[in-house]
Design a protein around this ligand. Structure first.
Ligand SMILES: Cc1cc2nc3c(=O)[nH]c(=O)nc-3n(C[C@H](O)[C@H](O)[C@H](O)COP(=O)(O)OP(=O)(O)OC[C@H]3O[C@@H](n4cnc5c(N)ncnc54)[C@H](O)[C@@H]3O)c2cc1C
Length: 436
């Protein structure tokens, strides 16, 4: 059995940011991060496009970023959450830069802000087409600086522990379900271990692997969402699954499929059919710049109408030097399957990319289960509504990690008393947390 103060399930941007935000304020707390493969393997690691944040206030504004987010979300975003994330986002981005993240700059030494579908301004900070890799690298290095963060690799969390495991009846309508930690399979020993914690944070990422074609790595199997559901916690909006319009079509079959970032369209790539004809004007006045759901549906429709197995992204008119500098990984990947983006159109298909729904959390990342928080793609914060605006998810994870830390820290002493007086012995029942 392992006892810890804060147990975090997942070592992507949600998990590691939360660990760092807590550790930097409270070196006395023991923080244990579990990850089911190695620390660096996550959806975060594969993010290409970047992080959206209002950076150049001469042309951009919080209002514009909010409007773009609400527009992409199709009227189903929580406006207050959108305002929080957009407003607090730039500070979190500055913080991760301070921690060592390198984002690309232009010759004037200003950040080279990219633009992606659905954004009305250039506001995407990026590191080549490897932004996620850079962020994962930065967070792992930063977490290493804190001796009170312990990362346990190859620990597969199986279930969170609640009163149910003490023999009590737990139902979805109970206001005072409590979380005491998690059971996890230690993959090296084959044993199930009990991890008791004063606070547990689920940051297990999305669920793309439930689809045949997905850009998500194999770790993205929705484990945290399922754990909370099984524990009778609240899960919301699982029907809103975002399909990325432009995954690389590889007839040989690949899992995960390779993503051709939206930034390629932002850079000038144009969607065309096999005959080299544009089609996006039939679906949206922004053409190739429409939001993801519109472009993905348009490609799907064109594939059905033509019977073709894919559509194409035409980059042949773009400057090779600029393209390879911005998109080295995409260029290399295309070349590896015999497609030269400077001579051939890149074949693309939509693929499952992002889970907009998940564990229902409030504005501080609290789930409806007490002592249980969630951060990152496994959550439904209300930011994305029916459809996520490109590059808003890394931002969301950073903003909520900070908020979770702020909410947890003053409470730890109270949580401690709950562990000392377990169920049945407790003198005062916890007051049900205000829930919307
Ligand atoms: C190809 C690709 C490109 C993307 N591009 C962008 C982009 O440009 N901008 C943007 O904002 N977003 C982008 N996204 C989305 C973004 O990367 C993710 O939403 C975000 O990284 C999720 O972070 P997370 O910390 O919530 O989850 P992840 O980064 O997926 O981390 C989940 C962690 O949980 C662990 N885990 C899972 N289950 C268990 C378990 N049972 N037990 C223990 N550990 C477990 C995993 O091992 C992993 O460490 C992209 C996603 C993909 C796949």
């Amino acid at each position: 059995m392992i006892q810890t103060d804060v147990l975090i399930l997942g070592s992507g941007i949600g998990g590691l940011s939360t660990a760092i935000q807590i550790a930097r304020q409270r070196p006395d707390l023991k923080i244990t991060v579990l990850t089911k493969t190695n620390e660096g393997e996550s959806n975060t690691r594969y993010a290409q496009g970047g992080v959206a944040a209002v950076w150049n206030e001469e042309v951009d504004s919080y209002e514009k970023h909010e409007e773009d987010t609400l527009d992409a979300g199709d009227g189903l975003c929580d406006v207050d959450i959108v305002k929080i994330v957009v407003k607090e986002g730039p500070e979190r981005v500055r913080e991760i830069i301070d921690w060592g993240a390198r984002f690309d700059k232009n010759p004037k030494a200003e950040y080279d802000l990219g633009r992606e579908g659905g954004h009305s301004e250039n506001r995407i900070l990026h590191y080549k087409d490897l932004t996620g890799w850079e962020i994962q690298r930065t967070l792992m290095a930063k977490a290493d600086e804190f001796s009170n963060i312990e990362v346990l690799e190859h620990y597969f969390a199986v279930d969170i522990i609640t009163q149910h495991h003490l023999g009590y009846m737990v139902t979805r309508l109970m206001p005072d379900i409590e979380c005491y930690g998690a059971y996890a399979l230690n993959k090296q020993t084959g044993e199930i271990e009990k991890l008791l914690a004063k606070v547990t944070v689920i940051a297990t990422g999305g669920a793309g692997q439930i689809y045949r074609a997905t850009t998500n790595p194999v770790i993205a199997s929705g484990d945290g969402i399922a754990m909370v559901y099984r524990a009778k916690g609240w899960v919301e909006n699982m029907e809103f699954v975002q399909f990325h319009p432009t995954a690389l079509y590889n007839p040989a079959g690949e899992n995960p499929v390779f993503l051709v970032s939206e930034a390629v369209r932002g850079y000038g790539g144009i969607l065309k059919n096999r005959n080299g004809e544009e089609f996006m004007h039939k679906y949206d006045e922004r053409k190739s710049f429409g939001s993801r759901d519109i472009v993905a549906r348009a490609i799907d429709n064109e594939m059905k109408l033509s019977g073709d197995e894919c559509m194409f992204l035409d980059c042949r008119h773009l400057n090779k030097e600029g393209f390879t500098a911005h998109f080295p990984t995409i260029y290399e990947k295309c070349m590896s399957i015999g497609i030269d983006p400077m001579k051939d159109m890149i074949p693309v298909v939509p693929a499952c990319h992002y889970m907009c729904g998940g564990i229902k959390v409030d504005e501080m990342g609290r789930s409806n289960i007490q002592q249980l928080y969630a951060c990152g793609e496994c959550t439904c914060t209300g930011l994305h509504g029916a459809n996520r605006l490109a590059s808003n998810s890394l931002l969301e994870a950073m903003v909520f990690a900070k908020r979770i830390a702020e909410d947890i820290l003053p409470k730890l002493i109270i949580f401690l008393s709950r562990i000392v007086f377990p169920i049945g012995m407790r003198r005062v029942r916890p007051t049900p947390r205000k829930w919307y």
